[in-house]
Design a protein around this ligand. Structure first.
Ligand code: S3P
Length: 429
């Protein structure tokens, strides 16, 4: 246990931070770079525990991947050169590694057993196993392959047309990665847009992929060609400092080179709808992804309603948005976010528990949270639920709490943001 005592912080936050690389894009760079022919250099890679699970998975299949600080060099020799792992492959806490790798492994000509930590073992895998079985994959495990550990007997798959029943980029990506090695066309349709980093990166690697609105089609026709990737800063990590600057009186913080892909910027829309002052500068596009600098300045904020198509665009930011709402005048309603129940932990229950322990007035609903603001936060003993985003939300909450906040264990933060505390210190004056 790594208990942390967080003292009240009576001053303003100011300065500049460059947050580490985007977690979703970092995973995809490793996966697609390992399948391509040639050398892929990945700059500003997220050196967090989750992404390193993906690196380890490919190393265990014989891919040479070298890491120096935040740069990876992947020596791709194409999917045909991947070797059967000699031991079960461990995915740790990483849902993205699990879902995307299962999709890929289903179509490779060897046997793999995959498993995760106790949290990941409780998260649903049937959402990827079901479409893969429709593609004729052979996958088995607990409850008919619904949970890790899973045994994947890779084989030649058949393309399908699949409409996503859940708003999940991980499921979309699993089917598309399976489609790279399937016979015929694989088409994925989604009713609500989810993050499209897999599609963007496959395009950058020369895949035969066609995107027509919410329908994406891929075939096995084009070999993937190595290319260099720059990973923009993770907006899901930046979100904690955007929120901090919005609620700590007198603050103004600039976040540099943050990914601004439209499928991820729901937090910016929410901050604006709450009346926060947010500026976007220096926008540019690199490796098919938009990025830019964000500056947030403290001011009064008010409640908002968050529902419908915006939910996948901010799904990972909901814990910190709930914290923002405790400091906003009026009642904020978050609905259609039932996916939060099956994240690293049940994030609806965790957010309500942590913030109500700190004196906020909020309640859980089946698919969201209702927050009655504005409430002064006090101190207290809270649990991070072993969930990186709950832990970081609690740390940011402590900045505006009147008394000490004691967090049971902050170690999960290394999953997505190993330099979180040093970055936070740079804006504390
Ligand atoms: C991710 C997609 C989201 C998100 C997760 C990362 C990805 O999950 O919550 O942190 O990299 O594709 P779902 O697609 O399952 O909603």
């Amino acid at each position: 246990m790594n208990e942390l005592k967080l003292h009240p912080y009576p001053k303003a936050l100011s300065g500049e931070i460059e947050v580490p690389g985007d977690k979703s894009i970092s995973h995809r760079a490793v996966i697609i770079g390992s399948l391509a022919y040639g050398k892929t250099k990945v700059s500003h890679f997220l050196d967090g525990e989750d992404c390193m699970r993906t690196v380890q998975a490919f190393k265990s299949m014989g891919v040479s991947i070298e890491k120096t600080e935040s740069t990876l060099i992947i020596e791709g020799r194409g999917a045909a050169a991947l070797e059967e792992p000699k031991e079960p492959v461990y995915f740790g806490n990483s849902g993205t590694t699990a879902r995307l790798m299962i999709g890929l492994l289903a179509g490779l000509p060897f046997f793999t057993t995959v498993y995760g930590d106790p949290h990941l073992s409780n998260r649903p895998m049937d959402r990827v196993v079901n479409p893969l079985k429709q593609m004729e994959a052979t996958i088995d495990g607990r409850r008919d392959g619904s949970y890790l550990p899973l045994a994947v007997k890779g084989k030649k798959l058949k393309g399908i047309h699949y409409t996503l029943p859940v708003k999940s980029a991980q499921v979309k990506s699993a089917v598309l990665l399976a489609g790279i090695h399937a016979e015929g066309e694989t088409k994925v349709s989604e009713l609500t847009a989810t993050r499209n980093h897999t599609e963007n990166m496959l395009k950058a690697f020369n895949a035969d992929i066609t995107i027509d609105g919410r329908h994406t089609t891929i075939t096995n026709k084009q070999p993937l060609k190595a290319t260099d990737i720059y990973v923009p800063g993770d907006i899901s990590s930046a979100a904690f400092f955007l929120a901090a600057a919005a609620i700590v009186p007198g603050s103004s913080v600039r976040l540099k080179n943050v990914g601004l892909n439209q499928t991820r910027t729901g937090i910016i829309d929410v901050l604006k709808s709450m009346g926060a002052t947010i500026e976007i500068n220096n926008q540019q596009s690199i490796s098919g992804e938009l990025l830019g600098d964000l500056t947030v300045t403290h001011g009064a904020i008010h409640s908002t309603t968050i529902e419908g198509d915006i939910i996948p665009r901010l799904i990972d930011e909901i814990p910190v948005i709930a914290l923002l709402a405790t400091q906003a005048d009026g009642t904020t309603i978050i609905r259609n976010a039932e996916e939060l129940r099956v994240k690293e932990t049940d994030r609806i229950a965790a957010v309500v528990d942590v913030l109500s322990t700190l004196g906020a007035n909020l309640e859980a609903t089946a698919d969201g949270i209702i927050i009655y603001g504005k409430t002064a936060l006090r101190g207290g003993n809270v649990s991070a639920y072993n969930d990186h985003r709950i832990a970081m939300m609690a740390v940011i909450a402590s900045l505006v709490a009147r008394e000490e906040v004691v967090l049971d264990d902050a170690s999960s933060i290394a999953i997505s943001y190993p330099t979180f505390f040093s970055d936070l210190r740079t804006i504390m004056n």
